[in-house]
Design a binder for this molecule. Sequence first.
Ligand code: HEM
Length: 188
Amino acid sequence: MTGYNVVLFLHITSVIVMFGCLGADWVAIGGLRSARTAGQAEPWVRTLEVSASIGPWARLAVLGAGLFLAIDAWSWQGWIIVGLAGWVAYVVLGEPLTGRELREVGALVRSADGDLSPVATATLRHPRMWNAVLVRAGLGAGIVFCMVTKPPAPAAAVAVILGAAAGLVAARLTTRPARRIPTTHQAS
Ligand code: HEM
């Protein structure tokens, strides 16, 4: 067994953890979209927060091990450059699941008591987080395709773009049109 084997093992293990976090996000966003009370939403917010505390480390480990593998044995072939760009897109697209949006949702749910207001429900069902999950899933599948088949750059780019586009289409098809939110005056 070589050092390369060990780093490849670490790379793939980190990919598994990274996709495990994505799976947790997927289930949690699904749960938030159907929550009617603060009590129902709270465990899903907690799930997102746990995922947001582990995911960045897994993504960094994927990058670190991937860079080692690329430099050690591959030089900068097209599929590696596309994989790197795809990794950056994966990180950026996840912002709603880890950044300000998650903090806002957490604060909203924790400050609520009993039934969620129409405004809070609309916030929890905002398509941005759902889009982020499904586009990431498609993009991730495209990157795995590149890593496994190692195609030339144009084919790798098509695979990654198609994967992300498929995720976006799936997100759009599974997002119900937003209902009109009553004004505060009507809601009270
Ligand atoms: C979301 C990001 C990534 C995912 C899902 C991913 C996934 C994978 C998988 C599943 C393999 C195993 C392929 C096989 O053994 O046939 C692999 C290998 C590899 N990855 Fe990644 N990877 C990602 C990011 C990166 C990045 C950013 C780099 C480099 C900058 C990279 C470089 C490599 C290299 C060089 C290999 C070695 C292939 C081999 O020895 O066969 N990966 N990756």
